[in-house]
Design a protein around this ligand. Structure first.
Ligand code: IPM
Ligand code: MN
Length: 364
């Protein structure tokens, strides 16, 4: 049995989060696994109810879980709140409290969606890389920070241990992939980046089978759009990773397709990369696939159920290749479906591939 803390949050987080949990339950059932799901408020809705975007109760549910499933937070309604009360503050606090230092954001192409990208097909074919973003350090958390009438300031700081552990994860991931790591920094300008680079080079000494190169972040942003095929694992800091993962997301067609996993030594959190999209919230038109794909990552990384994870991805691919599209990825000749319809179709495809593979006869 696995315990999931389910934090749908705000906006479309609620819709796509519920889609994800629905899929997770069906998948677990097929693999004779029980999921215990505890749902809690987070973000703007938590602020409205309790005056804080993250309550101790929600945090405790996360500490008690085997995995956290997170939808999205934020919305225009809460934009003018002070920093520490903004919905986004809850997510940052959660990442820190749970020690989720390694954020994996895969950028892979779903073949049936290749024409919904703004890039040409030949540039995109076989693109498959991950952005590995350091998630609990750097300028997001550095002190001192603040602003007054005359100035605003933040501190970009990395300690050796923080760089070492994320670099290790990068090389370990690369060993299971194409054995290439590009470490992205701004070492031509920032001391913190020169330090980052030095530490990464040191950690690399224990991973000689992996090819390590370095790239400045401005160049990396350009290269991701120019020739994304060159990348395997992109290792980078918190702020640079935030930006690069959005770029990487867009080349694949829609941010609505991108899943993510945030891992630490004890806890894990899964969430779609996209935000709460207040403009389309509550309309049942949001794309649930990033969330469903995040469920696949959860089965893989937190439950060590690789097969289940693969079947979810196969189901997503089948759904797309049969032409089902939510509005954000719609193109002529395709079948326009709602959030809930898309979810049901993925579930149906999952059941099909599960039985096609003869898995129904085994108890795993
Ligand atoms: C992300 C988001 C968050 C971040 C915000 C919502 C705090 O943009 O997960 O990429 O900047 O990390
Ligand atoms: Mn972001």
């Amino acid at each position: 049995m696995y315990k999931i803390a389910f934090l749908p949050g705000d906006g479309i987080g609620i819709e796509v989060g519920n889609s994800a949990i629905k899929v997770a339950k069906v998948v677990a059932e097929h693999f004779n696994t029980e999921l215990l799901i505890t749902e809690k408020l987070i973000g703007g809705c938590s602020y409205d109810e309790f005056g804080t975007p993250l309550t101790d109760e929600t945090l405790q549910a996360c500490y008690d879980s085997d995995a956290v499933f997170f939808g999205a937070v934020g919305g225009t309604k809460w934009e003018t709140l002070p920093h520490h009360l903004k919905p986004e503050a809850a997510l940052l606090k959660l990442r820190k409290a749970l020690g989720l230092f390694a954020n994996i954001r895969p950028a892979k192409i779903y073949k049936p969606l290749i024409d919904s990208s703004s890039l040409k097909e030949e540039i995109l074919e076989d693109v498959d890389f991950i952005v590995l973003r350091e998630l609990t350090g750097g300028i997001y958390f550095g002190e001192p920070r603040g602003y007054d009438d005359e100035k605003g300031f933040n501190t970009m700081i990395y300690k050796k241990e923080e760089v070492k552990r994320i670099a290790k994860v990068a090389f370990q991931l690369a060993l299971e992939r194409n054995k290439k790591v590009v470490s992205v920094d701004k070492a031509n300008v920032l001391e913190v980046s020169q330090f980052w680079r030095n530490v990464v080079i040191n950690v690399h000494k224990n991973f000689e089978d992996v090819k390590l190169t370095h790239m400045y972040v401005d160049n990396a942003a350009m290269q991701i759009v120019r020739n994304p095929k060159q990348f395997d694992v992109v290792l980078t800091s918190n702020l640079f990773g935030d930006i690069l993962s959005d770029i990487a997301g867009m080349i694949t067609g829609s941010l609505g397709m991108l899943p993510s996993a945030s891992l630490g030594t004890k806890y894990s959190l899964y969430e779609p990369v996209h935000g709460s999209a207040p403009d389309i919230a509550g309309k049942n038109i949001a794309n649930p696939l990033a969330s469903i794909s995040s469920v696949a990552m959860m089965f893989n990384y937190s439950f060590q159920m690789k097969k289940a994870s693969e079947l979810i991805e196969t189901a997503i691919n089948k759904t797309l290749s049969e032409g089902y599209r939510t509005k954000d990825i719609f193109s002529d000749g395709c079948k326009l479906v709602s959030t809930t319809e898309m979810t049901e179709i993925v579930i149906k495809k999952f059941k099909e591939v599960f039985h096609e593979q003869g898995l129904g006869v085994f108890t795993l």
